[in-house]
Design a protein around this ligand. Structure first.
Ligand code: NAP
Length: 241
């Protein structure tokens, strides 16, 4: 009999995997993005209430295998997953997507947090933020010499000092080129998600010789099995199920 799977999602790879799961598997989403209604498996939405509650859910639902396919910057749920799996005695497998690697000539600068980012940004005038909603909390602190563009999931009205674009990947290279040109971007800010669907912006920065400020990846827990690609994880699942 195949193991009952709990899949923690929120990434393109998780959705792809969910499309091939059995009806008794559960696909879990935090609820920040779209919830698909065309999956062959069960879907649940919303947090569990911490690692202990996740462990309780695993036991109540008779889960045999926990799959962590959350985003590389979603450190809390990954920590909870590792802890809950250990507490409930089920294996935890994770997709640990490798980060992007700089090519020769790239000017990539890593920053540890928002405070470091602000310092690194001082020399620029037209930053393009592509790391989620965090910049929206700082719209009142934009230095006088800067105009920001923030691209995140939900648009909101522009201010005098900032444009907020709502968009969801994948992003095509030509569209990214047009965006950088329209905005006159002089620096790109990003997480190092390693996702192919958001990689074209790095190519455009490369073509234009622009610096890229990358937010350092959080530390993630070691789990029973870690995979660097969805194909490798899917293959391992097929030999187990
Ligand atoms: P996080 O800080 O690691 O998690 C915050 C809380 O959200 C968790 O403690 C958990 O609540 C709940 N949660 C997160 N993922 C969940 C899931 N798949 N199913 C059920 N509950 C979940 O996560 P985050 O950075 O806010 O990201 C939230 C979701 O968006 C994740 O699923 C992630 O894969 C996705 N995402 C994140 C990013 C990013 O840059 N961080 C980018 C793209 C997609 P409880 O403790 O109550 O269980």
């Amino acid at each position: 009999m195949s193991p009952r799977i709990l899949l923690l999602g929120g990434t393109t790879e998780a959705l792809r995997l969910a499309r091939g799961l059995n009806p008794d598997a559960i696909y879990s989403l935090a609820g920040l993005g779209r919830v698909p209604d065309d999956l062959p498996c069960q879907v649940r939405v919303g947090g569990f209430g911490g690692a202990h509650a996740l462990a309780a859910f695993i036991r109540e639902q008779g889960i045999d295998l926990l799959l962590d396919l959350t985003h590389p910057y979603a450190a809390q749920i990954s920590a909870n997953a590792a802890h809950a799996a250990a507490m409930s005695g089920v294996p935890c497998w994770a997709l640990r997507r490798p980060g992007w690697q700089a090519s020769e000539g790239d000017d990539w600068r890593e920053v540890g947090d928002w405070a470091e980012l602000v310092v690194a940004l001082q020399e620029f005038r037209r930053p393009l933020f592509t790391l989620g909603r965090e910049p929206l909390e700082h719209l009142q602190q934009i230095p006088l010499h800067q105009h920001w563009t923030v691209r995140c999931l939900q648009a909101q009205p522009a201010t005098e000092r900032a444009e907020i674009i709502g968009a969801r990947g994948p992003f095509a290279l030509n569209e990214e080129r047009a965006l950088f040109a329209r905005l006159n971007t002089d620096v790109l800010i990003s997480k190092n998600s390693g996702s192919q669907s958001t990689e074209p912006k790095l190519q455009v920065a490369r073509e234009l010789g622009l610096p890229v400020l990358l937010l350092r990846r959080p530390l993630l827990p070691t789990v029973d099995r870690e995979f660097v690609s969805l194909d490798a994880l899917t293959e391992a699942l097929q030999t187990t199920t």
